[in-house]
Design a protein around this ligand. Sequence first.
Ligand code: MN
Ligand code: MN
Length: 296
Amino acid sequence: MNEEELAALRRAGAIAREARDLGASMIGEGVSLLEVAEEVESRIISLGARPAFPCNISINEVAAHFTPRTGDKMKFANGDLVKLDVGAHVDGFIGDTAVTVEVGTRNWTSLIESSAKGLAVAVEMIGEGVLLNTVGGAVDRAIRSNGHVPVANLTGHSMKRYNLHAGISVPSYDDGNVVKVPGDVVLAVEPFATNGAGQVKNSKPGNIYRIMRERELRDKAAAEHFQLLKENFGTLPFCERWATALDPKASVHLRMLVRHGLVFSYPMLVEVRGGKVSQKEHTVVIHDSRAEVTTQ
Ligand code: MN
Ligand code: MN
């Protein structure tokens, strides 16, 4: 990792953190999800970065992969447990960070603490040469000792330039995969904790998409829209709102592009037993025998 890349990673991390904190401070009863998402994303842009993915706002048993639609009227309600997940990139170098906020009540303080403890333990341990399954084991113990279980089928991930999920997984339990942290790598570490079964399943579409592959399409308008999406979002996730801002007919084209396998539609991830879910995430850059957190 050279100094330029490191500088971009640090800027992306600092901008993601600032946008995350702004978004978290806005969340309250009666506030619209759309307003928070738009504010987070425009702050990222005004600070000189780009969103690395749409602002994810996932509530209660929804663990991840929801963002509001154009004109969305959804509002936060008293008692909601809200995961706000924010990504910024500078020249493709990504900062990915998330926090959990409870609206109005204090019923889930300990659950919020569980994912925070899991993350703290992971960040403390992680470094070049460390076995990722042992990190996972420590995260698991931290969450269980706080009275909850980790969500086993959600993991952290390595990131590369313009690539959000670059191949290495950071588990939240000892999955038995003996993988050492390499010397030069960017890791998003993100334990999820729940009072449910500790698994998520796919649910309805969450308005978030990613380009999968190029293919011939008979529908000219949809094919043109695909090119527009490719030019604007490349390999990174985008959402219905961003596509509609480029073309008011985006929703129609998106349906077609998903049906024909050119675009992937992320399903919302929901806890299998309807348990409440908390999450905390930081980006850690491993370089020069150090583990540097860029998002705190
Ligand atoms: Mn994230
Ligand atoms: Mn992540």
